[in-house]
Design a binder for this molecule. Structure first.
Ligand code: G6P
Length: 604
């Protein structure tokens, strides 16, 4: 995934490149680097680890110029050390790259006479361009001909020794935006990277490549025809999210949820009519099936939505992880609605699934947090969640906003398909409207959960159990714990545990049981007893009514406010988020940037 940025202008660039990298750090933080032309000569500074390492190096050994490229890395090929950090130099050429060059081994063989210094796939790009230059090609031809040899996904920025006013860039499979400034041009992996530099952006299309100088830009399509692309004016200003008084972005983002869920609701729920509003193009009576595709946490939101669409709207739903769906030759009914769920709107596999369904001719929607993202631009319908920038790598507020939006869509579908009475529609809309208040009440349990997390943090592994729409929240609870505390955890449908995993329960194994007082409560409690009688340490997450029935059966209880069972998965989410967060804090891990992870996964 990685983030890239470039500036070609008339004043020094390094400080602004590093500022842009900080905005891109969510894409990876294994290493970072910056390269500039100083007096026409390529120089660079690189550092292993987070961007603060690069900043420290630049403080003692500064490099600067009026043209430069920079990179923050999430390692794919080659360990995350300084040698493998971008920018890579070969001869006269420096390159930063986001993506994977799939045929890099073939190209390395072809160029075996050259001196490869890294383990990366990217290095073949600088070698290809430099090889073409040394055969006498002009930079433009050297760059465009090199592109033709590449297979895989990429967004590049290239600068060339003794060629000080030009950045060459290209995209295929990975996102890339150009920025237009006053006597300056920019490139960046996303709008946020460029937000402090300009409001005028151009999103390159698949296969496009471009040449930037301080005062001009030229864009070419995949067949090398010169093309015009639309200019988008960025609104919302350059503000980068701040932590404020919170210890971590993740904590701040969890505390924002009453407000962010409220913002999502304002897009989809009419508070006066107590009904759901969806864009006119989304006529749910047209569809016989919904296909929800996503990755990670977003996929768990999709799994909850399956329960909602089926129960509320009588609409069949397929939910799948994008990396499987795209290669499975799925059977797609022409009357399907495809929904990609993605915080970033850039996840490579989810984007590929969206394109697959577009080609199959079905209506596509993208439920995203970033409305300037590729998915929002490519889907027939872009559905916002409006959760605001999410910086913590472990998704929290985006997840509850995805749930809120999907519940609203299910409600709209139920109404459009005549599957629910007006009373039920109003009851469910009211339940959604009350959700921000209930989430606020749930957040008040923070201190109790923090205390509970102290013992929990000594565990080696844990199980999360639920039934019905709580199953995906059990998955999400386990994922949150794994991601940020590195404790092994598994989520299970409570009824499934006895088919194998129960063999792992021994004295003191923590089992977190998600059981609001609903029609499945008693069944879940039976499963709780099955593990309790085998020595499990039970943390029961329930509501007041549930607590009064099951108090004696749990070692610890988290008693959430009572909500309509329709929205209960949103409320239980808060408890599993807080439990994972405080466990990680007790363990002293890097909560906002956990090891090996990145927020946006733009490679397969
Ligand atoms: C990464 C993130 C997860 C996220 C997943 C999907 O793995 O660490 O938090 O759920 O990607 O990302 P998306 O932007 O498509 O929601």
């Amino acid at each position: 995934m990685c983030g890239i940025i470039g500036i070609v202008g008339t004043s020094t660039v390094t400080e602004r490149l590093v500022d842009g990298l900080k905005r891109l750090e969510y894409r990876g933080y294994d290493s970072s680097g910056v390269a500039v032309l100083d007096g026409g000569k390529l120089i660079r500074q690189r550092a292993e680890g987070k961007i603060k390492g690069l900043v420290a190096k630049l403080a003692t050994d500064h490099v600067d110029g009026q043209i430069g490229i920079a990179h923050t890395r999430w390692a794919t090929h080659g360990v995350p050390n300084e040698t493998n950090a971008h920018p890579h130099f070969s001869g006269r050429v420096g390159v930063v790259h986001n993506g994977i060059i799939e045929n890099f081994l073939d190209i390395r063989k072809e160029l075996s006479h050259r001196d490869f210094r890294t383990e990366t796939d990217t290095e073949v790009v600088s070698h290809l361009v430099d090889e073409a230059l040394s055969q006498g090609l002009a930079p433009k031809e050297a760059f465009s001909q090199s592109l033709k040899k590449l297979k895989g996904a990429y967004a590049f920025g290239v600068i060339i020794d003794d060629h000080p006013d030009h950045i060459y860039c290209a995209r295929a499979g990975s996102p890339l935006a150009l920025g237009i400034g006053e006597d300056e041009m920019y490139l960046g992996s996303d709008a946020m990277a460029l937000a402090q530099l300009t409001t005028k952006l151009i999103y390159l299309e698949e296969g496009d490549w471009a040449i930037l100088t301080p005062t001009s830009y030229e864009i070419y399509d995949v067949d090398d025809n010169k093309v015009e692309r639309d200019i988008t004016i960025l609104t919302g200003g350059p503000a980068m999210a701040e932590k404020g008084n919170y210890r971590h972005f993740m904590l701040k983002e969890m505390y924002e949820q009453p407000e962010t869920i409220g913002r999502t609701l304002s897009n989809y729920i009419d508070e006066y009519r107590l009904s759901a509003n969806v864009p006119a193009e989304l006529d749910f009576s047209e569809f016989d099936r919904v296909i929800i595709i996503a990755c990670g946490t977003a996929c768990y939101a999709g799994m909850v939505a399956k329960y909602w669409f089926e129960q509320v709207a009588g609409l069949a739903v397929d939910v799948d992880i994008a990396s499987e769906f795209r290669y499975r030759k799925p059977v797609i009914s022409p009357k399907s609605l495809f929904i990609a769920v993605s915080q970033s709107g850039e996840t490579a596999d989810t984007l590929a699934a969206l394109r697959y369904c577009k080609e199959a001719g079905v209506k596509t929607a993208a439920l995203v947090n970033v409305m300037t993202s590729t998915m929002a631009r490519e889907a027939d319908i872009a559905l916002p969640i409006n959760a605001g920038p999410e910086i913590g790598v472990a998704s929290t507020k985006a997840f509850t906003s995805q749930l809120t939006a999907l519940a609203s869509l299910a409600l709209a579908a139920g109404t459009a398909r005549g599957m629910i009475s007006e009373d039920d529609q109003k009851r469910m809309a009211t339940a959604l409207i009350k959700t921000p208040r209930h989430v606020k009440q749930a957040l008040r349990l923070d201190k109790d959960i923090e205390a509970m997390a102290f013992e929990f943090s000594k565990s080696k592994s844990a199980f999360y159990l639920g039934r019905g729409s709580q199953v995906p929240i059990a998955f999400e609870g386990a994922l949150k714990l794994k991601e940020i505390s590195y404790i092994h955890a598994e989520g299970y449908a409570a009824g499934e545990l006895k088919h194998g995993p129960i063999a792992l329960i021994e004295d003191g194994t923590p089992v977190i049981v998600l059981a609001p007082y609903d029609r499945l409560f008693e069944k879940t409690i039976s499963n709780l007893q099955e593990v309790a009688s085998r020595g499990a340490h039970i943390i029961l997450i329930t509501d007041k009514e549930g607590a009064s029935h099951a108090e004696s059966m749990a070692d610890n209880m988290i008693v959430l406010p009572t909500s309509d069972s329709f929205v209960a998965p949103i409320i239980t989410t808060v408890a599993v988020q807080l439990l994972a967060y405080h466990t990680a804090v007790h363990l002293g891990t890097d909560v906002d940037q956990p090891r090996n992870l990145a927020k946006s996964v733009t490679v397969e």
